[in-house]
Design a binder for this molecule. Structure first.
Ligand code: PSU
Ligand code: MN
Length: 306
């Protein structure tokens, strides 16, 4: 392992003993929710992963060290400091060389999880091809990371703040397998069905785990996406959320919001305009993904040795 990685002892022992470990990101803490929901969400994800018999590893950069498995004090610090910059692959070397803090995106969390030997990562939604990308070129680095880094990302698909058909095209080009967990349709975060199919439907954690292992045995080194729809009881009304998304996109355009500020701006705007409904749905789906990720990681650890 490289000298910039600091893996906490519990995670290190679990990995050495081939026990299940699930990574979590810190951008969702610093930029996805406000305080104190962000702290509640971060702690609850860890608790759910533990309840399923896996070890959580929340990843972030602390004083220039890549921490694999933040302490509770560090999670509190990230929760209280919304100003910690979003750190993606391109930011990593700068943030580390300068000894700063970084809230890792899906891309950077995958990169660091892979360095530490963690194969499973739970989050809310991935970044993707933004609407209007033909003019803005705004395509999340998360997609490029999935194209090259061998971590399974368990998520609720992608939000319709993005262009979902183009995001799926991009994933296809990049050779990223897209699985639907008990669904044949790609989920759209707050709603269960984006109207687009996934490549393959899987029915159980064991089946997903077997696919991840087979991919590894074949030497296919890129990522894999396991998409899990938000639970039915937590799903938002599609017309309601889409109306709010359209309004948020229009406001972002009017204000000239660009680059890495775009996703946090849209999320914060939705949190306001939906009167908290988007936050409740967001929490519910992250918890559901954490549980599913832990079950897949546990099924993977239980596979018979080859
Ligand atoms: N999607 C969400 N919530 C989030 C993010 C995505 O529903 O907080 C975060 C993730 O960390 C993701 C990042 O990696 O936003 C994508 O940012 P961008 O679009 O700038 O690549
Ligand atoms: Mn972007």
């Amino acid at each position: 392992m490289n000298r910039h990685l600091d893996v906490n002892p519990e995670v290190r022992e679990a990995l050495a003993g081939n026990r299940p470990v699930v990574a979590l990101e810190t951008t969702i803490i610093s930029h996805g929710f406000n305080y104190p929901e962000n702290l509640e969400c971060a702690r609850t994800c860890e608790k759910i992963i533990r309840e399923e018999g896996a070890v959580p590893a929340t990843i972030g950069i602390v004083n220039g060290k890549i921490k694999i498995g933040l302490s509770d004090e560090e999670i509190v610090y990230f929760s209280e400091h919304g100003g910690i910059p979003k750190c993606s692959r391109r930011d990593a070397a700068v943030v580390i060389a300068r000894g700063s803090y970084g809230a890792t995106t899906v891309a950077a969390t995958m990169l660091f999880a892979n360095m530490a030997g963690i194969r499973f990562f739970a989050t809310g939604g991935i970044g993707g091809v933004h609407r209007g990308a033909a003019e803005t070129f705004d395509i999340s680095a998360d997609l490029e990371e999935l194209a090259q880094t061998g971590v399974a990302v368990i998520c609720a698909g992608a939000k319709s703040i993005l262009d979902i058909p183009l995001t799926l095209e991009y994933l296809e080009t990049a050779g990223v397998t897209v699985l639907g967990f008990s669904t044949a349709q790609f989920p759209a975060f707050y709603i269960r069905d984006s109207g687009r199919p996934v490549d393959y439907r899987v029915e159980s954690p064991e089946e997903a785990a077997r696919i991840v292992r087979t991919k590894t045995e074949l030497g296919i080194q890129n990522g894999i996406l396991v998409t899990v729809p938000i639970p039915e009881k937590d799903e938002l009304d599609p017309a309601f959320i889409n109306r709010n998304i359209e309004a948020a996109l229009a406001l972002a355009a009017e204000k000239g919001i660009r680059g890495k500020a775009t996703t946090p701006f849209l999320l914060a705007e939705l949190h306001k305009t939906t009167g908290g409904k988007s936050v409740a749905a967001n929490k519910a789906l992250v918890y559901n993904n954490s549980r599913t990720a832990a079950r897949i990681a546990a099924a993977y650890a239980a596979l018979p040795p080859v």
